[in-house]
Design a protein around this ligand. Structure first.
Ligand SMILES: N[C@@H](CCC(=O)N[C@@H](CS)C(=O)NCC(=O)O)C(=O)O
Length: 235
């Protein structure tokens, strides 16, 4: 099932193991954060459309049956998998606070709250209700899953836009890349695939374009992942 590939090696082997799927926006958050923090990671691929997230092996690792899963191979408890993306982002921030910080300093609690507000729009208000298991369930209820996803992605990104109009500099909050950006980028990738009218979100798109120029983002892009199909079809 898992096709392990070392993306960035250090002398003692990779520090992290990330279970990922190329088009999973939650996995994208971790790939991007690991790139910004320049941490070594081995990637293990879980094919969501083949249902590998439901296998006994994966459910043992992550009882939620989802990706990403971040394991700190050389941490204080190297066998403990972190199975929620935001918990994993916060963990990386706590162990490497000065290595490309993705949160404003603790002396700026309101700035941190701005970042976390934007993070939560994506991670709480948009992704969970547009996730595959939900779109599968709404389809069974006779609802068009494509329209469902498009509608909720649009609403969530519009809310992001309204707030980012007030908080953004070059990036979502000020001029430094933060966790908000790390969550926004893969949300825009997914929204684009769902034909959300991104032109109507000028701040989001300005920030997204600035982020897309960064090497860390390019390296984490869904299209360059080893598990992405050769024809780059969004399967
Ligand atoms: N709250 C979780 C959500 C994880 C999640 O829903 N991941 C999606 C991919 S973005 C998934 O694995 N879906 C598989 C499924 O629904 O069967 C997190 O932030 O890590």
């Amino acid at each position: 099932m898992s096709n392990h590939t070392t993306s960035t090696q250090n002398a003692g082997g990779p520090e992290f193991l990330l279970h990922t799927y190329y088009r999973s926006s939650c996995s994208g958050r971790l790939r991007i954060a690991l790139e910004f923090k320049q941490l070594s990671v081995e990637l293990a691929y879980i094919h969501l459309f083949k249902g590998e997230q439901h296998s006994e092996e994966h459910k043992t690792l992550n009882p939620s049956g989802s990706v990403p899963v971040l394991t700190h191979l050389v941490g204080e408890n190297p066998s403990f998998p972190i199975t929620q993306s935001v918990a994993a982002l916060e963990y990386l921030e706590e162990i490497y606070p000065t290595q490309h910080p993705l949160l404003p300093p603790s002396t700026q609690p309101l700035e941190r709250a701005k970042v976390r507000t934007l993070v939560n729009i994506i991670t709480n208000d948009v992704q969970p209700i547009t996730n595959r298991r939900i779109t599968t369930a709404v389809k069974e209820l006779g609802v068009d899953p494509v329209q469902w996803s498009k509608q909720y992605m649009t609403r969530g990104l519009e809310a992001y836009e309204r707030i980012a109009e007030k908080t953004a500099g070059r990036y979502s909050v000020g001029d430094s890349v933060t966790m908000a950006d790390v969550c926004l980028i893969p949300a825009v990738w997914t929204a684009d695939k769902h034909e959300v009218e991104l032109k109507k979100l000028p701040t989001v798109m300005r920030v997204y374009r600035a982020l897309s120029e960064l090497e860390a983002v390019k390296r984490a892009h869904w299209s360059v992942q080893k598990d992405a199909p050769a024809d780059l079809e969004w399967l």
